[in-house]
Write a protein that binds this ligand. Structure first.
Ligand code: HQG
Length: 180
């Protein structure tokens, strides 16, 4: 079983294009594992896919991309579908981080952090994670320090995904320090 391929397919279905699989996510992004399995099995390549295979991807993903609860599954973050996935509001830690490419810095300074193709801005609780996120786009990524608690106190909403990842709607440039 190619678990990396399966994980990518799960991301595609649970974050980006559920309708291509005949799936409808609920307001928090859940579908039954059964529905996901049935949808994937329609493609001959995946006809012997099992619940255990899906569970394996969920359990071994170091980024905790997915979550299974009461026989339902969802992506924990990264959604781009038009229907906004509701996340739980929480008070963030003092500082969060965001890793990005050098070419975006001027625009981020002007406009702040925007969700771009996704529903939310993604922030990391740890420096290492943020750097890794930035390295997807630049071999010398820029680390941004976000004064999250200050922003929260001033009315900016934050949503906790898990210990590593936080979400926000928009982070104004005044809460961002560029670490150069
Ligand atoms: C940038 C992956 C110009 C932003 C990752 C980022 C993460 C701006 C890009 C998760 C901007 C959006 C999310 C502005 C933001 N002007 N550029 N005003 N505001 N940007 O992929 O945070 O592997 O949508 O800095 O590892 O990079 O898929 O967001 O570079 O955890 O599970 O616009 O997705 O996880 O890119 O990544 P993305 P991201 P997975």
């Amino acid at each position: 079983m190619d678990y990396i391929k399966l994980s990518k397919k799960m991301s595609h279905a649970l974050r980006h294009k559920p309708w291509e699989y005949g799936l409808q996510l609920d307001e928090n992004g859940w579908v039954t594992v059964e529905a996901l399995l049935n949808a994937f099995r329609k493609d001959g390549k995946w006809k012997s896919l099992s619940y255990k295979d899906i569970q394996h991807v969920v359990d071994t993903c170091d980024k905790k991309r997915y979550e299974i609860k009461d026989e339902k599954i969802r992506a924990q973050y990264g959604h781009s579908i038009p229907q906004k996935i509701e996340k739980e509001l929480e008070e963030p830690p003092e500082i969060l981080y965001h890793g990005t490419a050098r070419m975006f810095i001027d625009s981020i300074k002007k406009k702040g952090l925007l969700p771009r193709g996704r529903q939310y801005v993604h922030l990391s609780a740890e420096i290492d994670t943020a750097v890794q996120v930035g390295e997807r786009r630049d071999d010398q990524p820029v680390l941004l320090k976000i004064y999250a608690k200050k922003a929260y106190r001033e009315g900016v909403k934050f949503y906790k995904v898990n210990n590593l990842i936080w979400l926000a709607d928009h982070i104004d440039g005044s809460y961002i320090e560029v670490d150069v």
